[in-house]
Design a protein around this ligand. Structure first.
Ligand code: NAI
Ligand code: AKG
Length: 423
């Protein structure tokens, strides 16, 4: 299975580009744009596949495959994370790049979407090997990226240390210090205050807004979070600190559930840098079992295609907030919407990361750095505004939140390609 993402829970494989294109088409039709705009925007403008060698610790050379995809540069440079994961494939990276365009559109950030990925498993590698992969990947993609062209960032199984190696490699290649080449850097290298927790903070803001709309008191609300990495662990902590009861969490190896609430601070202390923690517990349940447990709010914060038509009817939550990219299939979105579940889509809920990445890039460009409080306030007001724009569009057009989010997200891009005279 090369171009499809395999759902580990159901064995079903889902083409993320197909469902993305259907939603783009519906969004553009509802906004009244002609088919030629759809024909241009339904595929990324550039997809680069790279193969590069890295000498491993055993002395042997291993060849890795990676991708960098750029959806559209009509609004500005492209922007989006790089993931290191064994399941990375071209179709998924293309869909992820298009979703980045939607996020920037919703938040009114002057970027197009980009995304990268390398087929590898950093959990099985030494620090030195991960550094080698990071540097070789940057060399391989260096001609199409840069502070005014395409700006990478962290995603699944990548972090600020990897961003540091990548910016160092790019600065060597370009022969000057280029902090604006990448975001999610350590503070010492020009990173922004608040970028490490930004994705989780953005999700938390969306949970608060969704609960407000549904009249749900977050104090005591039961929350399940799939994934305990950058997004999942911090948002569990934020929810816990607000008085919500985090009853279930998971990672790639299993899940734990306790109806009385989990000790989130203990879990945070025990998790490793890849977001693994369930190996510390006897008899974890499976990710599949976790989804059918009792809760008020479900937050998928791991990988794509986790909520499908197979399990959508078993979900007890009345609010789902997608921290992960693409966790819910199109069919499952329909089932959940018909059941009256408020589903806050990924392109809105997970946009806190790119929002603070944009702040980081602006700070790098101007060489003046903002306080944590300033960053937090701007993230809060931008996310609340974005949530309400999408919610209102969903009410006005009587469409689900995902389609509403695409309608809000694609409008500026569609206008830009028209003004540029491309279609
Ligand atoms: N880091 C960021 O700033 C942003 C991340 N996201 C999305 O959030 C999601 C999580 O990303 P991060 O927390 O950054 O990654 P991470 O690498 O820090 O953590 C990933 C988590 O997912 C779990 N996981 C991996 N494979 C799994 C599988 N097959 N089944 C169940 N769990 C699995 C890992 O064990 C870990 O707990 C991804 O979908 C990512 O694209 C979205 C926006 C920004
Ligand atoms: O921080 C960024 O620029 C991009 C984050 C990302 O890859 C995402 O939102 O999926």
């Amino acid at each position: 299975m090369v171009n499809k993402t395999e759902n580990e829970q159901t064995g079903e494989s889902v083409d993320l580009m197909d469902s993305t294109q259907v939603t783009i088409k519906e969004a553009l039709d509802n906004l009244g744009y002609p088919d030629e705009v759809y024909q241009l925007l339904k595929e990324p403008m550039r997809t680069l596949t790279v193969r590069f060698p890295v000498r491993m610790d055993d002395g042997k050379v291993q060849i890795f495959t990676g991708y960098r995809v750029q959806h559209s540069d009509a609004v500005g440079p492209t922007k989006g994370g790089v993931r290191f994961h064994p399941d990375v494939n071209e179709t998924e990276v293309k869909a992820l790049a298009i979703w980045m365009s939607m996020k920037s559109g919703i938040l009114d950030i002057p970027y197009g979407g980009g995304k990268g990925g390398i087929i590898c498993d950093p959990r099985e590698m030494s620090f030195r090997e991960i550094e080698g992969i990071s540097r070789e990947y940057v060399r391989a993609i260096s001609q199409i990226v840069g502070p005014t062209k395409d700006i990478p960032a962290p995603d699944v199984f990548t972090n600020s240390q990897i961003m540091a190696w990548m910016v160092d490699e790019y600065s060597k290649i370009s022969e000057f210090d280029s902090p604006g080449f990448i975001t999610g850097k350590p503070i010492a290298l020009g990173g922004s205050q608040g970028r490490d927790t930004a994705t989780a903070k953005g999700v938390t803001i969306c949970v608060e807004e969704a609960a407000r709309k549904r009249g749900m008191d977050l104090h005591g609300a039961k929350i399940i979070v799939q994934g305990f990495g950058n997004a999942g662990s911090y948002l569990s902590k934020f929810m816990h600190d607000e008085g919500a009861k985090v009853v279930g969490i998971s990672d790639a190896y299993g899940a734990i559930y306790d109806a009385n609430g989990l000790d989130v601070d203990y879990l945070l202390e025990k998790r490793d840098s890849f977001g693994t923690v369930t190996n510390q517990f006897d008899n974890p349940i499976s990710n599949k079992e976790l989804f059918s447990q009792d809760c008020d709010i479900l937050i998928p914060a791991a990988i794509a295609n986790q909520i499908t038509e197979e399990n959508a009817r078993d979900i007890k939550a009345s609010i789902i907030v997608e921290a992960a990219n693409g966790p819910t299939t199109r069919e499952a979105t329909k089932i959940l919407t018909d059941r009256g579940v408020l589903l806050v889509p990924d392109v809105l809920a997970s946009s806190g990361g790119v929002t603070v990445s944009y702040f980081e890039w602006v700070q790098n460009n101007q060489g003046y750095y903002w306080s944590a409080e300033n960053v937090a306030n701007m993230l809060q007001s931008n996310l609340v505004n974005a949530f309400n724009k999408v919610y209102d569009a969903s009410e006005t057009h009587k469409v689900n939140m995902r389609l509403a989010a695409f309608m809000v997200g694609i409008r500026r891009l569609a206008e830009a390609v028209r003004f540029r005279g491309w279609v």
